[in-house]
Design a protein. Structure first.
Length: 334
């Protein structure tokens, strides 16, 4: 196999010093146009590829930011990642994406990888408790920002949405539309977003005097939504909820699909509202009402926070930014 060309090879062919080649690569304004042209010609002839990774690691860190999301198949998180990647690129940075699939061991392996690669910073939507790991990253000079999660003792900056408020918005809307038997469908409850949305739903249902049934799922997925819908359809109509708040849009779409296939009219028989307002919500079999989150803005804001801390090196600058969700009404509840 042919050995790749080195800076010394380029310098020899262009008949300049190694330092001149370095200047052409990094500070071409310091070199005459004739010399730049000669060095670039040598680079093309030799097929030289600069090793940016090695250069950055010699500086103490790479030029990449690690991002671990809960589920890459969830459009909300892919939109967060897209917002982060596009914004990072505007600063000349790249984003390395990992999906934990809601598994602590997989999350840990990604964080190990990012630590080994000395990334510039880490964005993390955590599965569980991560305080000690965030402190370890910081001790190695790697700032971390939590995405869609807040840790009360502020061991890291965070960007999140008020999911308790979102749960309240969803169930208040259902009750105002005439619902008298409401169900919350979602899980696992170890995911903070799920428990917060359920807490908001429970609070407003209690305030308005309407019973709320909690139905747990093993994942926030379309198949789990279908499973719960099938179980609800076994009940007598009078024992079914007349409105369902799904913990995310994927669960809601699974519910809609099964209800539609069984001839259950949405929203006349059962109203359904989701959470996240993903792109598929508006084009579902029945256009889905949802609680909207600014997913791309969350990603961009997280990049701003991690770059600011990486530049200052001052953990005292940590911030907890909380966005407010919004109700989007469509045919599934109207």
């Amino acid at each position: 196999m042919m050995e790749s060309a080195s800076v010394r090879d380029v310098a020899a062919l262009a008949q300049v010093s190694v330092g001149t080649v370095s200047n052409v690569l990094n500070h071409p304004e310091k070199v005459s146009e004739t010399t730049v042209s000669r060095v670039q010609s040598a680079i093309r002839e030799l097929g030289f590829i600069r090793n940016d990774a090695a250069r950055q690691l010699r500086a103490g860190h790479s030029n990449a930011i690690g991002l671990v999301i809960l589920d890459v198949t969830n459009p909300f998180f892919t939109d967060v990642a897209r917002g982060a990647q596009q914004h990072a690129a505007s600063f000349g940075k790249s984003v390395i994406l990992g999906s934990s699939d809601e598994k602590p061991d997989l999350e840990r392996s990604y964080l190990d990888l990012f630590e080994e690669q000395r990334v510039l910073g880490v964005l993390l939507s955590p599965v569980g408790e991560v305080t000690s790991r965030l402190e370890r990253l910081r001790s190695r000079g790697i700032p971390a920002v939590l995405v869609d999660r807040i840790i009360p003792d502020a061991v890291a900056s965070s960007v999140s949405v008020d999911d308790v408020a979102g749960g309240r918005l969803a169930v208040r809307h259902l009750i105002e539309q005439g619902a008298s038997r409401v169900a919350f469908v979602g899980g696992p409850f170890g995911i903070r977003q799920v428990s917060d949305r359920a807490a908001g739903a429970s609070t407003v249902a209690q305030e308005l005097g309407v019973p709320l049934e909690i139905i747990a799922t093993d994942a926030l997925s379309i198949p789990e939504g279908r499973r719960v819908a099938s179980e609800l359809l076994v009940r007598e109509p009078a024992r079914r909820p007349d409105a369902v708040f799904a913990a995310n849009d994927l669960v809601a779409i699974g519910l809609l699909q099964t209800f539609f296939a069984a001839g259950v009219a949405v929203p006349r028989d059962i109203a359904v509202i989701g959470y996240d307002d993903i792109g598929f919500a508006a084009t579902a079999v029945v256009p889905l009402s949802s609680i909207s989150q600014p997913s791309a803005l969350i990603g961009r804001t997280a990049i701003d926070l991690v770059l600011a801390e990486a530049a200052s090196g001052d953990p005292a600058d940590r911030q907890a930014i909380v966005f407010q969700p919004e109700l989007v009404v469509r045919d599934s509840t109207a």
